[in-house]
Write a protein that binds this ligand. Structure first.
Ligand SMILES: [Cu+2]
Length: 164
């Protein structure tokens, strides 16, 4: 019955909203802390989002994909050293291991936002939907911080992306 399905979804959404504390989110037993992105220049094609994944349950899970209305595509990326040059590579999934937080941060794992439809403006926020293998999808709000926020390692990002 339709009547049963819709309230279930609404209840889930309310649960997600109700458990948001201090800019944290929950998907099943996974806590997602402080999603943020760096502001981009008006001409920038790409951006990146960062957050921390905390497995609070007993089982491992995996972040499989991400999507956002502000970019054509969101990919899971990591940084690897290749002949002394830091390069970004797509990864199939990001592991979430209970008891060991997985940090997505500049210079490491990140969610790449490809084909920005609008610049990421400091002080604004945008929705990002994360899909986990077991916990399923959850939408978080990503805070946009100043262009100079955190490590400068990501500044070469646009260039390395153009090359592949
Ligand atoms: Cu990247």
């Amino acid at each position: 019955m339709t009547i049963m399905r819709i309230p279930t979804l609404a209840a889930l959404m309310m649960f997600a909203a109700g458990t948001a504390l201090a800019h944290g989110y929950k998907a099943g037993s996974i806590e997602i802390e402080h999603p943020w992105a760096r502001a981009t220049a008006p001409s920038a094609q790409n951006g990146a989002a960062y957050l921390v994944l905390n497995g609070m349950g007993k089982e491992n899970d995996r972040l499989l994909s991400a999507a956002t209305p502000v970019a054509e595509k969101a990919e899971l990326h990591t940084h690897l050293m290749d002949n002394g040059i830091m390069k970004m590579r797509p990864v199939d999934a990001i592991e979430v291991t209970p008891g060991s937080p997985t940090a997505l941060q500049p210079g490491g794992l990140h969610i790449m936002l490809l084909g920005l439809k609008q610049p990421l403006v400091k002080g604004k926020a945008f929705p990002l939907t994360l899909t986990f293998e077991k916990a399923g999808p959850v939408t978080v709000q990503v805070d946009v911080q100043g262009a100079g926020a955190a490590a400068p390692a990501h500044d070469g990002m646009g260039d390395s992306h153009k090359s592949h």
